[in-house]
Design a protein around this ligand. Structure first.
Ligand code: GLU
Length: 469
Protein backbone atom coordinates (compact mmCIF):
# COMPACT_ATOMS: atom_id res chain seq x y z
CA UNK A 1 0.00 0.00 0.00
CA UNK A 2 1.71 3.19 -1.09
CA UNK A 3 -0.79 5.66 0.32
CA UNK A 4 0.79 8.87 1.64
CA UNK A 5 0.70 8.95 5.41
CA UNK A 6 -1.29 11.84 6.89
CA UNK A 7 -1.37 12.39 10.65
CA UNK A 8 -2.76 15.20 12.71
CA UNK A 9 -2.47 16.76 16.11
CA UNK A 10 -5.87 17.93 17.33
CA UNK A 11 -5.56 19.81 20.61
CA UNK A 12 -8.41 21.63 22.32
CA UNK A 13 -7.30 25.20 23.01
CA UNK A 14 -8.45 25.32 26.60
CA UNK A 15 -5.10 25.67 28.39
CA UNK A 16 -1.37 25.40 27.83
CA UNK A 17 0.21 22.77 25.61
CA UNK A 18 0.95 20.22 28.29
CA UNK A 19 3.60 17.58 28.16
CA UNK A 20 1.18 14.79 27.18
CA UNK A 21 -0.13 16.84 24.27
CA UNK A 22 3.40 17.65 23.19
CA UNK A 23 4.22 13.95 23.16
CA UNK A 24 1.15 13.18 21.05
CA UNK A 25 2.17 15.92 18.63
CA UNK A 26 5.70 14.54 18.49
CA UNK A 27 4.55 10.96 17.79
CA UNK A 28 2.34 12.19 14.95
CA UNK A 29 5.13 14.35 13.60
CA UNK A 30 7.68 11.53 13.75
CA UNK A 31 5.33 9.05 12.14
CA UNK A 32 4.42 11.32 9.22
CA UNK A 33 7.79 12.97 8.67
CA UNK A 34 9.64 9.69 8.89
CA UNK A 35 7.52 8.39 6.00
CA UNK A 36 7.50 11.39 3.73
CA UNK A 37 3.93 12.07 4.85
CA UNK A 38 2.04 15.11 6.04
CA UNK A 39 1.53 16.27 9.61
CA UNK A 40 -1.55 18.48 10.08
CA UNK A 41 -2.73 20.67 12.92
CA UNK A 42 -6.38 21.03 13.83
CA UNK A 43 -7.51 23.22 16.68
CA UNK A 44 -10.58 21.66 18.27
CA UNK A 45 -12.24 24.89 19.27
CA UNK A 46 -15.90 23.89 19.16
CA UNK A 47 -16.29 24.45 22.89
CA UNK A 48 -16.65 28.20 22.53
CA UNK A 49 -16.89 28.85 26.25
CA UNK A 50 -13.59 27.17 27.07
CA UNK A 51 -11.52 27.85 23.94
CA UNK A 52 -9.31 30.92 24.01
CA UNK A 53 -7.02 32.54 21.42
CA UNK A 54 -4.28 32.65 24.07
CA UNK A 55 -4.42 28.87 24.41
CA UNK A 56 -4.21 28.48 20.62
CA UNK A 57 -1.18 30.76 20.64
CA UNK A 58 0.41 28.74 23.46
CA UNK A 59 -0.05 25.58 21.39
CA UNK A 60 1.52 27.19 18.32
CA UNK A 61 4.41 28.60 20.37
CA UNK A 62 5.02 25.29 22.11
CA UNK A 63 5.09 23.40 18.82
CA UNK A 64 7.38 26.00 17.26
CA UNK A 65 9.78 25.70 20.19
CA UNK A 66 9.78 21.91 19.91
CA UNK A 67 10.40 22.20 16.17
CA UNK A 68 7.20 20.36 15.26
CA UNK A 69 6.35 22.18 12.06
CA UNK A 70 2.95 21.25 10.69
CA UNK A 71 1.94 21.22 7.03
CA UNK A 72 -0.61 23.53 5.50
CA UNK A 73 -3.03 25.85 7.24
CA UNK A 74 -4.06 25.43 10.84
CA UNK A 75 -7.59 24.02 10.67
CA UNK A 76 -10.21 25.46 13.00
CA UNK A 77 -12.82 22.84 13.81
CA UNK A 78 -15.36 25.46 14.73
CA UNK A 79 -15.05 27.10 11.31
CA UNK A 80 -16.14 23.83 9.71
CA UNK A 81 -19.48 23.52 11.52
CA UNK A 82 -21.44 23.90 8.25
CA UNK A 83 -19.67 20.92 6.77
CA UNK A 84 -20.31 18.85 9.90
CA UNK A 85 -23.98 19.75 9.66
CA UNK A 86 -24.05 18.82 5.97
CA UNK A 87 -22.72 15.35 6.74
CA UNK A 88 -25.42 14.81 9.36
CA UNK A 89 -28.06 15.80 6.81
CA UNK A 90 -26.48 13.51 4.24
CA UNK A 91 -26.73 10.63 6.72
CA UNK A 92 -30.35 11.56 7.24
CA UNK A 93 -30.92 11.41 3.46
CA UNK A 94 -29.20 8.06 3.23
CA UNK A 95 -31.40 6.64 6.00
CA UNK A 96 -28.33 6.21 8.22
CA UNK A 97 -29.65 8.81 10.66
CA UNK A 98 -33.07 9.92 11.81
CA UNK A 99 -34.90 12.78 13.43
CA UNK A 100 -35.67 12.13 17.06
CA UNK A 101 -38.38 14.19 18.72
CA UNK A 102 -38.12 12.64 22.19
CA UNK A 103 -37.96 15.23 24.95
CA UNK A 104 -35.54 15.11 27.88
CA UNK A 105 -38.41 14.04 30.11
CA UNK A 106 -39.31 11.16 27.82
CA UNK A 107 -35.69 10.02 27.69
CA UNK A 108 -35.51 10.13 31.48
CA UNK A 109 -38.74 8.15 31.76
CA UNK A 110 -37.36 5.51 29.35
CA UNK A 111 -34.26 5.17 31.50
CA UNK A 112 -36.28 4.91 34.68
CA UNK A 113 -38.39 2.08 33.28
CA UNK A 114 -35.32 0.28 31.90
CA UNK A 115 -33.53 0.60 35.24
CA UNK A 116 -36.53 -0.77 37.11
CA UNK A 117 -36.76 -3.71 34.70
CA UNK A 118 -33.00 -4.35 34.94
CA UNK A 119 -32.45 -3.61 31.23
CA UNK A 120 -29.77 -1.46 29.61
CA UNK A 121 -30.50 2.21 30.17
CA UNK A 122 -29.09 3.22 26.77
CA UNK A 123 -31.84 5.21 25.17
CA UNK A 124 -33.69 3.54 22.31
CA UNK A 125 -35.64 6.16 20.44
CA UNK A 126 -39.16 5.33 19.27
CA UNK A 127 -38.43 7.58 16.26
CA UNK A 128 -35.72 5.35 14.82
CA UNK A 129 -38.01 3.63 12.40
CA UNK A 130 -40.93 6.05 12.46
CA UNK A 131 -42.60 6.99 9.20
CA UNK A 132 -41.53 10.58 8.33
CA UNK A 133 -45.19 11.28 7.63
CA UNK A 134 -45.78 10.94 11.38
CA UNK A 135 -43.11 13.55 12.27
CA UNK A 136 -44.47 16.50 14.22
CA UNK A 137 -43.37 20.05 13.52
CA UNK A 138 -41.34 20.22 16.70
CA UNK A 139 -37.76 20.59 17.90
CA UNK A 140 -35.68 17.48 17.28
CA UNK A 141 -32.16 16.17 17.26
CA UNK A 142 -30.60 14.03 14.55
CA UNK A 143 -29.34 10.66 15.73
CA UNK A 144 -27.20 8.11 13.95
CA UNK A 145 -28.81 4.71 13.33
CA UNK A 146 -26.17 2.66 15.10
CA UNK A 147 -26.13 -1.08 14.49
CA UNK A 148 -27.99 -2.90 17.26
CA UNK A 149 -26.36 -6.29 16.85
CA UNK A 150 -22.83 -7.51 16.44
CA UNK A 151 -19.74 -5.68 17.55
CA UNK A 152 -17.46 -2.84 16.53
CA UNK A 153 -13.81 -3.83 16.53
CA UNK A 154 -11.19 -1.12 16.80
CA UNK A 155 -8.08 -2.55 15.20
CA UNK A 156 -5.69 -0.53 17.28
CA UNK A 157 -2.00 -0.51 16.40
CA UNK A 158 -1.05 -0.19 20.05
CA UNK A 159 -3.87 -1.80 22.02
CA UNK A 160 -4.57 -4.64 19.59
CA UNK A 161 -8.17 -5.47 18.66
CA UNK A 162 -10.59 -3.78 21.02
CA UNK A 163 -14.11 -5.12 20.68
CA UNK A 164 -17.12 -3.10 21.74
CA UNK A 165 -20.52 -4.75 21.57
CA UNK A 166 -22.88 -2.66 19.51
CA UNK A 167 -25.60 -2.93 22.11
CA UNK A 168 -23.25 -0.82 24.26
CA UNK A 169 -23.38 2.01 21.73
CA UNK A 170 -26.50 4.12 21.57
CA UNK A 171 -27.85 6.07 18.64
CA UNK A 172 -25.71 9.06 19.44
CA UNK A 173 -26.87 12.55 18.65
CA UNK A 174 -25.15 14.08 15.61
CA UNK A 175 -26.96 17.42 15.50
CA UNK A 176 -28.45 19.04 18.58
CA UNK A 177 -31.91 20.59 18.43
CA UNK A 178 -30.35 24.00 17.75
CA UNK A 179 -28.69 22.47 14.69
CA UNK A 180 -25.18 22.48 16.17
CA UNK A 181 -22.99 19.45 15.42
CA UNK A 182 -21.59 17.38 18.27
CA UNK A 183 -17.88 16.97 18.85
CA UNK A 184 -17.78 13.30 17.82
CA UNK A 185 -19.24 14.12 14.41
CA UNK A 186 -16.82 17.02 13.95
CA UNK A 187 -13.79 14.81 14.66
CA UNK A 188 -14.85 12.05 12.26
CA UNK A 189 -15.72 14.46 9.45
CA UNK A 190 -12.56 16.50 9.89
CA UNK A 191 -10.31 13.46 10.01
CA UNK A 192 -11.95 12.17 6.84
CA UNK A 193 -11.87 15.47 4.99
CA UNK A 194 -8.27 16.13 5.99
CA UNK A 195 -7.34 12.75 4.56
CA UNK A 196 -5.99 11.52 7.88
CA UNK A 197 -4.66 7.99 7.45
CA UNK A 198 -3.41 7.44 11.01
CA UNK A 199 -5.11 8.70 14.15
CA UNK A 200 -2.47 8.68 16.89
CA UNK A 201 -3.71 10.07 20.21
CA UNK A 202 -4.08 9.45 23.93
CA UNK A 203 -5.91 6.31 24.98
CA UNK A 204 -8.50 8.43 26.77
CA UNK A 205 -10.02 8.66 23.28
CA UNK A 206 -10.22 4.91 22.70
CA UNK A 207 -13.96 4.72 23.40
CA UNK A 208 -14.58 7.65 21.09
CA UNK A 209 -12.97 5.69 18.28
CA UNK A 210 -15.87 3.21 18.21
CA UNK A 211 -18.37 6.04 17.86
CA UNK A 212 -16.32 7.83 15.27
CA UNK A 213 -16.03 4.58 13.32
CA UNK A 214 -19.83 4.34 13.17
CA UNK A 215 -19.91 7.66 11.36
CA UNK A 216 -17.20 6.54 8.92
CA UNK A 217 -19.07 3.32 8.24
CA UNK A 218 -22.41 5.05 7.77
CA UNK A 219 -20.79 7.41 5.25
CA UNK A 220 -18.98 4.54 3.52
CA UNK A 221 -15.60 6.14 4.18
CA UNK A 222 -12.45 4.02 4.53
CA UNK A 223 -11.30 3.89 8.14
CA UNK A 224 -8.01 5.39 9.29
CA UNK A 225 -5.57 3.31 11.29
CA UNK A 226 -5.83 3.95 15.02
CA UNK A 227 -3.07 4.08 17.60
CA UNK A 228 -4.12 4.97 21.13
CA UNK A 229 -1.12 5.75 23.31
CA UNK A 230 -1.19 5.09 27.06
CA UNK A 231 -1.14 8.29 29.08
CA UNK A 232 1.92 9.52 30.94
CA UNK A 233 2.19 8.80 34.64
CA UNK A 234 4.34 10.27 37.37
CA UNK A 235 7.42 8.43 38.71
CA UNK A 236 5.18 6.90 41.40
CA UNK A 237 2.92 5.34 38.75
CA UNK A 238 0.04 7.70 39.51
CA UNK A 239 -1.65 10.02 37.08
CA UNK A 240 0.71 12.84 36.12
CA UNK A 241 0.23 15.82 38.37
CA UNK A 242 1.75 19.31 38.33
CA UNK A 243 4.33 18.22 40.87
CA UNK A 244 5.39 15.42 38.52
CA UNK A 245 5.86 17.66 35.54
CA UNK A 246 2.36 18.07 34.10
CA UNK A 247 3.29 21.56 33.05
CA UNK A 248 3.01 23.53 29.86
CA UNK A 249 5.93 22.99 27.51
CA UNK A 250 6.71 26.69 27.89
CA UNK A 251 7.70 25.89 31.47
CA UNK A 252 10.22 23.35 30.21
CA UNK A 253 11.62 25.94 27.86
CA UNK A 254 11.97 28.35 30.78
CA UNK A 255 13.69 25.65 32.85
CA UNK A 256 16.32 25.71 30.14
CA UNK A 257 15.88 22.31 28.52
CA UNK A 258 17.04 22.27 24.90
CA UNK A 259 14.36 21.36 22.35
CA UNK A 260 16.38 18.47 20.91
CA UNK A 261 16.74 16.90 24.36
CA UNK A 262 13.06 17.41 24.97
CA UNK A 263 12.17 15.69 21.68
CA UNK A 264 14.47 12.80 22.49
CA UNK A 265 13.02 12.42 25.97
CA UNK A 266 9.39 12.71 24.85
CA UNK A 267 9.99 10.16 22.11
CA UNK A 268 11.26 7.72 24.74
CA UNK A 269 8.22 8.39 26.88
CA UNK A 270 6.13 5.46 25.79
CA UNK A 271 8.10 4.42 22.73
CA UNK A 272 11.33 2.49 22.47
CA UNK A 273 13.80 1.30 19.90
CA UNK A 274 15.80 -1.49 21.48
CA UNK A 275 17.97 -0.07 24.25
CA UNK A 276 18.56 3.26 22.56
CA UNK A 277 18.17 6.17 24.95
CA UNK A 278 20.10 8.98 23.33
CA UNK A 279 19.39 9.61 19.67
CA UNK A 280 19.21 12.34 17.06
CA UNK A 281 16.11 13.53 15.22
CA UNK A 282 17.34 11.72 12.13
CA UNK A 283 17.51 8.46 14.04
CA UNK A 284 14.11 9.00 15.66
CA UNK A 285 12.59 9.73 12.26
CA UNK A 286 14.11 6.61 10.78
CA UNK A 287 13.21 4.38 13.71
CA UNK A 288 9.83 5.59 14.93
CA UNK A 289 7.11 3.04 14.44
CA UNK A 290 3.78 2.31 16.07
CA UNK A 291 4.93 -1.17 17.00
CA UNK A 292 7.52 0.37 19.36
CA UNK A 293 4.83 2.05 21.46
CA UNK A 294 4.32 0.32 24.81
CA UNK A 295 0.98 -0.77 26.16
CA UNK A 296 1.52 0.44 29.70
CA UNK A 297 1.78 4.06 30.81
CA UNK A 298 5.22 5.65 30.63
CA UNK A 299 6.60 7.26 33.77
CA UNK A 300 7.88 10.79 33.69
CA UNK A 301 11.39 11.09 35.08
CA UNK A 302 13.16 14.45 35.39
CA UNK A 303 16.54 12.78 35.95
CA UNK A 304 16.36 11.04 32.58
CA UNK A 305 15.20 14.22 30.91
CA UNK A 306 18.15 16.13 32.37
CA UNK A 307 20.61 13.47 31.44
CA UNK A 308 19.48 13.42 27.82
CA UNK A 309 19.39 17.19 27.67
CA UNK A 310 22.98 17.38 28.89
CA UNK A 311 24.05 15.00 26.17
CA UNK A 312 22.20 16.98 23.53
CA UNK A 313 23.75 20.25 24.67
CA UNK A 314 27.20 18.66 24.47
CA UNK A 315 26.47 17.31 20.99
CA UNK A 316 24.96 20.47 19.50
CA UNK A 317 27.20 22.66 17.29
CA UNK A 318 28.21 25.91 19.02
CA UNK A 319 26.44 28.26 16.62
CA UNK A 320 23.17 26.33 16.91
CA UNK A 321 23.46 26.30 20.67
CA UNK A 322 24.01 30.05 20.72
CA UNK A 323 20.94 30.49 18.56
CA UNK A 324 18.85 28.45 20.96
CA UNK A 325 20.32 30.34 23.90
CA UNK A 326 18.99 33.59 22.40
CA UNK A 327 15.52 31.99 22.36
CA UNK A 328 15.94 30.87 25.95
CA UNK A 329 16.90 34.39 27.10
CA UNK A 330 13.82 35.79 25.38
CA UNK A 331 11.63 33.11 26.97
CA UNK A 332 12.79 34.01 30.47
CA UNK A 333 12.56 37.73 29.79
CA UNK A 334 16.26 38.52 29.88
CA UNK A 335 17.64 41.19 27.56
CA UNK A 336 19.26 39.94 24.35
CA UNK A 337 23.03 39.61 24.15
CA UNK A 338 24.99 42.32 22.39
CA UNK A 339 26.86 41.30 19.25
CA UNK A 340 30.15 41.43 21.12
CA UNK A 341 28.87 39.19 23.91
CA UNK A 342 27.33 36.82 21.38
CA UNK A 343 30.67 36.47 19.65
CA UNK A 344 32.41 35.79 22.96
CA UNK A 345 29.72 33.29 23.94
CA UNK A 346 30.20 31.37 20.75
CA UNK A 347 33.91 31.27 21.37
CA UNK A 348 33.31 30.13 24.94
CA UNK A 349 30.71 27.54 23.95
CA UNK A 350 33.06 24.52 23.88
CA UNK A 351 33.85 24.96 27.57
CA UNK A 352 30.36 26.09 28.57
CA UNK A 353 28.51 23.16 27.11
CA UNK A 354 30.53 20.53 28.90
CA UNK A 355 28.37 19.04 31.61
CA UNK A 356 25.61 21.69 31.35
CA UNK A 357 22.26 19.92 31.47
CA UNK A 358 20.19 23.02 30.86
CA UNK A 359 20.61 26.53 29.52
CA UNK A 360 20.29 27.72 33.09
CA UNK A 361 23.45 25.83 34.01
CA UNK A 362 25.14 26.94 30.82
CA UNK A 363 24.41 30.58 31.67
CA UNK A 364 25.82 30.16 35.16
CA UNK A 365 29.06 28.95 33.67
CA UNK A 366 28.97 31.82 31.21
CA UNK A 367 29.02 34.42 33.96
CA UNK A 368 32.66 35.24 33.14
CA UNK A 369 31.60 36.21 29.61
CA UNK A 370 28.43 38.03 30.56
CA UNK A 371 29.84 40.10 33.39
CA UNK A 372 31.78 43.33 32.87
CA UNK A 373 34.56 44.99 34.81
CA UNK A 374 34.62 45.92 37.56
CA UNK A 375 33.51 42.48 38.59
CA UNK A 376 31.65 42.13 41.84
CA UNK A 377 32.42 38.67 43.18
CA UNK A 378 29.68 36.70 44.88
CA UNK A 379 30.15 35.75 48.51
CA UNK A 380 32.04 32.52 47.93
CA UNK A 381 34.33 34.10 45.36
CA UNK A 382 34.97 37.12 47.56
CA UNK A 383 36.17 34.79 50.30
CA UNK A 384 38.88 33.59 47.91
CA UNK A 385 40.28 37.06 47.50
CA UNK A 386 41.98 37.67 50.81
CA UNK A 387 45.19 39.67 51.21
CA UNK A 388 47.42 36.69 50.63
CA UNK A 389 45.77 35.55 47.45
CA UNK A 390 45.62 39.08 46.10
CA UNK A 391 49.34 39.38 46.58
CA UNK A 392 49.83 36.09 44.78
CA UNK A 393 47.67 37.24 41.89
CA UNK A 394 49.70 40.42 41.68
CA UNK A 395 52.89 38.42 41.33
CA UNK A 396 51.43 35.97 38.87
CA UNK A 397 49.98 38.60 36.53
CA UNK A 398 53.24 39.73 34.85
CA UNK A 399 54.16 36.11 34.14
CA UNK A 400 50.88 35.58 32.36
CA UNK A 401 51.14 38.93 30.61
CA UNK A 402 54.39 37.86 28.98
CA UNK A 403 53.23 34.37 28.04
CA UNK A 404 52.22 33.24 24.61
CA UNK A 405 48.41 33.29 24.67
CA UNK A 406 47.80 29.59 24.18
CA UNK A 407 46.20 27.20 26.62
CA UNK A 408 49.29 24.97 27.09
CA UNK A 409 51.55 27.94 27.60
CA UNK A 410 49.30 29.56 30.15
CA UNK A 411 48.96 26.31 32.00
CA UNK A 412 52.73 25.82 32.04
CA UNK A 413 53.32 29.36 33.29
CA UNK A 414 50.79 28.96 36.08
CA UNK A 415 52.20 25.59 37.14
CA UNK A 416 55.72 26.91 37.18
CA UNK A 417 54.65 29.89 39.17
CA UNK A 418 52.84 27.72 41.71
CA UNK A 419 55.95 25.56 42.02
CA UNK A 420 58.18 28.56 42.53
CA UNK A 421 55.85 29.71 45.31
CA UNK A 422 55.89 26.23 46.73
CA UNK A 423 52.16 25.88 46.51
CA UNK A 424 49.75 23.53 44.78
CA UNK A 425 48.11 24.89 41.65
CA UNK A 426 44.77 24.13 43.23
CA UNK A 427 45.41 26.94 45.69
CA UNK A 428 45.76 29.33 42.81
CA UNK A 429 42.60 28.22 41.01
CA UNK A 430 40.11 29.64 43.53
CA UNK A 431 41.48 33.20 43.46
CA UNK A 432 41.83 33.01 39.67
CA UNK A 433 38.17 31.99 39.27
CA UNK A 434 37.13 34.75 41.63
CA UNK A 435 39.18 37.33 39.77
CA UNK A 436 38.16 36.27 36.27
CA UNK A 437 34.49 35.42 36.82
CA UNK A 438 33.52 36.63 40.28
CA UNK A 439 32.28 33.09 40.88
CA UNK A 440 33.61 29.95 42.48
CA UNK A 441 32.09 27.56 39.92
CA UNK A 442 33.36 28.34 36.44
CA UNK A 443 34.89 26.63 33.42
CA UNK A 444 38.63 25.94 33.69
CA UNK A 445 40.63 29.09 34.40
CA UNK A 446 42.71 28.56 31.25
CA UNK A 447 39.63 28.21 29.08
CA UNK A 448 38.39 31.47 30.53
CA UNK A 449 41.72 33.19 29.85
CA UNK A 450 41.70 32.06 26.23
CA UNK A 451 38.17 33.34 25.70
CA UNK A 452 38.78 36.63 27.50
CA UNK A 453 42.11 37.29 25.78
CA UNK A 454 45.29 38.73 27.22
CA UNK A 455 44.19 42.30 27.77
CA UNK A 456 40.92 41.54 29.56
CA UNK A 457 42.48 38.73 31.61
CA UNK A 458 45.30 40.95 32.83
CA UNK A 459 42.87 43.77 33.56
CA UNK A 460 40.62 41.50 35.64
CA UNK A 461 43.58 40.05 37.55
CA UNK A 462 44.95 43.53 38.17
CA UNK A 463 41.54 44.74 39.39
CA UNK A 464 41.35 41.87 41.86
CA UNK A 465 44.95 42.23 43.00
CA UNK A 466 44.60 45.94 43.62
CA UNK A 467 41.28 45.92 45.37
CA UNK A 468 41.69 46.96 48.95
CA UNK A 469 40.22 44.28 51.13
N1 GLU B 1 -9.12 17.47 21.13
C1 GLU B 1 -8.80 16.24 21.78
C2 GLU B 1 -7.91 16.50 22.95
O1 GLU B 1 -7.32 17.58 23.05
C3 GLU B 1 -8.10 15.27 20.85
C4 GLU B 1 -9.04 14.62 19.91
C5 GLU B 1 -8.42 13.63 18.98
O2 GLU B 1 -7.17 13.55 18.90
O3 GLU B 1 -9.18 12.96 18.29
O4 GLU B 1 -7.77 15.67 23.81
Amino acid sequence: MSQTVVTRFAPSPTGFLHIGGARTALFNWLYARGRGGRFLLRIEDTDRARSTPEATQAILDGMAWLGLQHDGEVISQNARAERHRAVALELLDKGEAYKCFSTQDEIEAFRETARAAGRSTLFQSPWRDADPASHPDAPHVIRIKAPRDGATVIRDEVQGDVTIRNDQLDDMVLLRSDGSPVYMLAVAVDDHDMGVTHVIRGDDHLNNAARQMLIYQAMGWPLPAYAHIPLIHGPDGKKLSKRHGALGVDEYQKMGYPAAGMRNYLARLGWSHGDDEFFTDEQALAWFDLSGIGKSPARFDFKKLENLCGRHIAATPDAALLHELHGFLAAIGRPPLSDAKSALMEQAMPCLKERAKTFVELLEKAEFVLTDRPISPDEKAAAQLDDVSRRILKELTPHLQNATWARDELEAVAMQFAESMDMKFGKLAGPLRAALAGRSVTPSVFDMMIVLGREETVARLTDAACESG
